[in-house]
Write a protein that binds this ligand. Sequence first.
Ligand SMILES: [Mn+2]
Length: 336
Amino acid sequence: MISLEKIRKRIYESKNPLIFFDDDPDGLCSYLLIKEYFKKGKGIIVKSSPALDEVYLRKVNEIKPDLIIVLDKPIIHQDFVDKINVPLIWIDHHPIRNIKGVHYFNPRFKDPEDNRPTSYWCYKLTKKHSWIALVGIVSDWSLASVSEFKENYHELLPEKFKNPEDVLFNSELGKLIRIFSFVLKGKISEVRKAISVIEKIENPIEILEKTTPKGKYLYKKYERVEKTYDELIKDSKKIKGNPLVYTYFNKQYSFTSDLSNELLYLNPKKIIIVGRYNDDVIRLSVRSSKIKLPDLLNNAMKDLDGYSGGHDLACGGSINKKDFPTFISRLKKMLK
Ligand SMILES: [Mn+2]
């Protein structure tokens, strides 16, 4: 595993780094921390797939970087790595993958249970712009280092909190995290615009209190997306049962992760399954506060046309529409 010191040195020495990052607040904040600290790098958001794959070689050929940095993506295809001829640094906290030819930083090499978010490690690298670190870390349901930031950002945090949910759903920081999440949704051209605006924000108050045109712009985009989200969450609150299963159709936005998180907060004792129809498949986000998900989901998907993967208590996946009822009825039996 490459050390943070070596990563720092390599980025210092690079003239033109290309940074690929995941399309959630942890990925975005990891990118922002590096970009703002080293004052260089071209950032590319990797949307809608957990993998960095050959499609993105086009960007490498176009930008011709001397270093590639990949942040918070759970998968990089070996073919991608084999076809580039510059060093690649991968900072991530998802389960370790066997991949050759990359400089890999992952806390799980030292401790398999350590999955502190990518933005936490990027903050260790830069030690600057702690509010951005705070957004990224808590967005991934972690409180790593949060007590360190308490003094500077007490107006963003609740007076008392024991777990990430207390912050996510009851504080200004929670709202800021939701803004970061929602401005990454929708058309790629709009998302790129929002990212370039976020890069110029200096203070979270600009967004939360709309004190600058940039802050206002982001807040407006957030409100547009929030409208759709509010309709869906209202609808989903009517659902009963365990597992709690909510499916929806929306062409514009994917909310499976945000909806499943909020439904888990409201129903901590249940397994939450949120699905979004996408042609013949349903894209899934599954959440649980105790029962470990990866094996449970794999068993329920056995011989069906689908896949799942992720963390113990938060998984993603996809399943063919026609197999969805079987998958759910198996889960119901398993949870009895
Ligand atoms: Mn992450």
